[in-house]
Ligand binder design. Sequence first.
Ligand SMILES: N[C@@H](CCC(=O)N[C@@H](CS)C(=O)NCC(=O)O)C(=O)O
Length: 252
Amino acid sequence: MSTVKITPSAAAFSTSIKHFANIQRPKFIAPRRAFTIISMAPLEICVKQSVTTPNKLGDCPFTQRVLLTLEEKNLPYDMKYVDLRNKPEWFLKISPEGKVPLIKLDEKWVPDSDVITQALEEKFPQPPLTTPPEKASVGSKIFPKFVAFLKSKDPSDGTEQELLDELTAFNDYLKENGPFINGNEVSAADLSLGPKLYHLEIALGHYKNWSVPDSFPYVKSYMKSIFSRESFINTRALKEDVIEGWRPKVMG
Ligand SMILES: N[C@@H](CCC(=O)N[C@@H](CS)C(=O)NCC(=O)O)C(=O)O
């Protein structure tokens, strides 16, 4: 089993201080909290292993969503790479469904990124990442529309237009409410959507020579800003893995 331990970096530490400073909490809280976090045992998380490069993280957007949550909350974690094409016995024992992400919380293995991110929010509420319920599904139709367009072999079947319609709605939303889904601060909905937009950009660029049109400036700067966060850079899949990951769906 191949594992890699991640501890919050000095940069993550200073980001947390900045965050506390922004919301004008008394300054002494930040060092106290940072000390607590850094001293905890890393959380164990099973992640998809790269299919192109040994000992690298693979291309699962649900796994990246959970890793982003851990990073944004400055929680240390220990990744266990799982080869999903040849699932090892130890993994199938703890994951009857055979899916990643899977995280150990209070001595129990917990599957599903929805359940995991909710549990992390309850157990580690600082910094808060909850998206208000009325905004939680903003942008959520983009992913299924992207997949339909990517798989489509008929340029006139309307799947591109359906994706463009969702991007129009999201661009309008960000113009009024952005720069993030919940306004000025990143929240759980962004951490779910960001990895999916990353897949969209790479897969549509590669397989359809398609990119998000310039007529969506708010979506474009949203993507740029999410993709350049330290948490995102630390947890993103390799471009080659994203391309390989979608190949069977495109060819199928
Ligand atoms: N609803 C799950 C979906 C997780 C999922 O579909 N994971 C994929 C990898 S991205 C997986 O493990 N598939 C099992 C397989 O490929 O055998 C979540 O949000 O965590």
